[in-house]
Design a protein around this ligand. Structure first.
Ligand SMILES: Cc1cc2nc3c(=O)[nH]c(=O)nc-3n(C[C@H](O)[C@H](O)[C@H](O)COP(=O)(O)OP(=O)(O)OC[C@H]3O[C@@H](n4cnc5c(N)ncnc54)[C@H](O)[C@@H]3O)c2cc1C
Length: 574
């Protein structure tokens, strides 16, 4: 059941309290309440996702953030690597969390990504082969909205058909799609990959998205769908912001045991306390989770003391090791009028498409903006490798990603002109940032520093990615489509300036509560995702990934949560 006010809850004591009804939190809520004897309360700061049309309509994802009530509306601190600019840091503030506002790309990353997590943690359970059953448990492969023949566009052998969260291929073909595929035949450096979710992500192919029947599939629409949310042991409370977790006792071993959660109803509203009889599960995401830990006195003891927060547990890695992907978009003017600009400029066409979506869940609105994407590596002989080791986790993993969009990705749309958008993202960054606080008020926003493009490897790779994307669009497949080429002869200095002035986040931040081996002298959680040095506190969200995967991060987040749910059930079964 979903509650909108604290006073309507039957009480404030539950077996499990989950902080954050986001991507991971709702998976945990669903799986734990499969046991009718477990009671679960989810505390979520955001609003309901119900009846928000723009959340359901995939192509309208560009309207959900920033500057709306569905976003936390964070901004980074000035970024040295971005010529001092501050950039928006989007995070969903709505039931479903970022899965309710994201761009729905379903990319798992490579097998190398997960095998590296296994190596870092010393737990083979995080390896690709061991995690695959959980990836499949999440996924419900679904027909495309237009029911076209999808053979040859994905590999059914690597997908899950009975999971909870819908995944599908595009359901409305875009006029640029065949040109992308044609280019993979014309230029050997850009091979076609029938399915980049197989473990080997290299190459370009059809985007898979968390969309079912032409609608967004989020953790709220899937894991909290009516058959689950009606369970009597599952309560979700909206509009409540968690400030802190509080220790109740410290046992003989002098370990703090965390059982209580302090939260406010609305911003600046009354403060309440809820108690977990078994465990508190922090699922507030890569920004929210370290923020709550630091507010609670769990972090670097010197930094906390300096602000005036009493340190309870000295865990210097809290909020550190933040890694994310910077992205930059190149635009080419094209000689077609059949691009996304048409939707923004032609009200009759837009109304027709909305009507089509409302009546039949077909038409242009059924897809995310990107129908085709791919992951690529720097050439093995790239000069950067003379100075730097390869930071990618293995040969099946991209250093950078390319995404194709049939028009501008967001407002403002200029009065004239039609465009092709090609975005490149750095998916193997070596820069590391942080999430910290500078206030004793838990409701003040944290300081977000992704520290983009602050290493030689990162700027080199972005530069080469931009150049490669421009080579891609110089292929014969585009010659009768592109009106004028983007500068193909820019120098390194010119490109660096352009990249530092234009890059933003693609919002894949992780690592701020990273997992490490049980005996490691760094890290925030152990391989079972229990916070080191305390009792009763587990973290299940994207923050536990020690290094960002070479992929959009929701698929990994779902998989983590599915495995974590089994760990929690196992821990409390008896
Ligand atoms: C605009 C955008 C586009 C993206 N596009 C893609 C994409 O196309 N594909 C992809 O794979 N990934 C994408 N991502 C990233 C992906 O969505 C996230 O990595 C993933 O959803 C993170 O899941 P999570 O469970 O860690 O956090 P979230 O899903 O963000 O959940 C955290 C939840 O905790 C709540 N919360 C936080 N703090 C508190 C507090 N103090 N009290 C109470 N509640 C709190 C939040 O409101 C939220 O509901 C995108 C992200 C954004 C923001």
């Amino acid at each position: 059941k979903i509650f909108e006010r604290v006073k309507d809850l039957p009480g404030l004591k539950y077996d499990f309290i989950i902080i954050g009804g986001g991507t991971a939190g709702n998976v945990i809520a669903n799986r734990l309440t499969e046991y009718s004897q477990f009671s679960v309360l989810v505390l979520e700061a955001g609003v309901s996702n119900e009846n928000v049309l723009n959340v359901s309509i995939p192509l309208r994802c560009t309207t959900l953030t920033p500057g709306t009530i569905y976003d936390w509306n964070f901004t980074t601190i000035p970024q040295v690597g971005l010529n001092g600019r501050q950039v928006p840091y989007l995070r969903g503030k709505i039931l479903g969390g970022s899965s309710s506002v994201n761009f729905m790309a379903y990319t798992r990353g490579s097998s190398d990504d997960y095998d590296r997590y296994a190596k870092i943690t010393g737990d083979s359970g995080w390896s690709w082969n061991k995690l695959l059953p959980y990836i499949l448990k999440n996924e419900r492969w679904t027909a495309s909205a237009d029911h076209h023949d999808i053979s040859g566009s994905f590999d059914p052998a690597v997908h899950g058909f009975n999971g909870v969260n819908s995944v599908s291929l595009p359901g409305f073909s875009q006029p640029i799609d065949w040109r992308v595929i044609q280019t993979t035949k014309e230029l050997v450096e850009f091979p076609y990959n029938v399915d980049s979710n197989s473990g080997n992500q290299l190459g370009i192919g059809w985007a898979q998205s968390t969309i079912g029947n032409g609608e967004r599939s989020s953790s709220a629409t899937s894991y909290l769908s009516p058959k689950y949310i009606n369970r009597p042991n599952l309560h979700v409370l909206l509009h409540v912001q968690v400030a802190r977790v509080l220790p109740s006792t410290s046992n003989i071993a002098q370990k703090f045991s965390f059982k209580d959660v302090e939260f406010s109803e609305g911003v600046g509203g009354p403060i309440f306390r809820a108690t977990a009889k078994k465990e508190i599960i922090l699922s507030a995401g890569a920004i929210g989770t370290p923020h709550i830990l630091l507010n609670s006195g769990i972090g670097d003891k010197n930094a906390l003391s300096q602000i005036g927060i009493k340190p309870l547990v000295h865990l210097p890695s809290v909020g550190q090791n933040f890694s994310d992907h910077p992205v930059i978009v190149d635009q080419w003017p094209v000689n077609s009028t059949n691009t996304f600009e048409k939707l923004a400029r032609n009200a009759t066409y837009a109304a027709e498409q909305l009507d089509l979506w409302l009546r039949t869940r077909t038409g242009i609105l059924v897809d995310a903006p990107t129908n085709m994407l791919g992951f690529l590596r720097l050439p093995a002989n790239a000069s950067i490798f003379e100075k730097h080791p390869d930071p990618s986790p293995g040969p099946r993993t991209g250093h950078w990603e390319i995404l194709f969009t049939n028009g501008l990705t967001g407002p403002p749309v200029p009065a004239t002109g039609n465009f092709l958008d090609v975005a490149v993202a750095l998916v193997s960054p070596t820069s590391r940032g942080s999430v910290t606080i500078n206030s004793t008020n838990p409701f003040d926003p944290p300081l977000i520093n992704p520290n983009f493009l602050n290493t030689e490897f990162d700027i080199f790779t972005m530069r080469e990615a931009v150049r490669a994307a421009r080579r891609f669009i110089s292929a014969p497949a585009w010659s009768d489509y592109i009106i004028s080429q983007v500068n193909n002869t820019a120098t390194d200095t010119e490109l660096d300036q352009y990249i530092r002035d234009g890059s933003i986040s693609i919002f894949h931040g992780v690592g701020t509560a990273g997992m490490s081996a049980r005996d490691a002298n760094y890290g925030v959680v152990d391989p079972d995702l229990l916070v080191k040095g305390v009792e009763g506190l587990r973290i299940v969200d994207a923050s536990i990934l020690p290094i960002v995967p070479a992929a959009h991060t929701q698929a990994a987040t779902y998989a983590i949560a599915e495995r974590a749910a089994d760990m929690i059930k196992e821990a409390w079964r008896h």
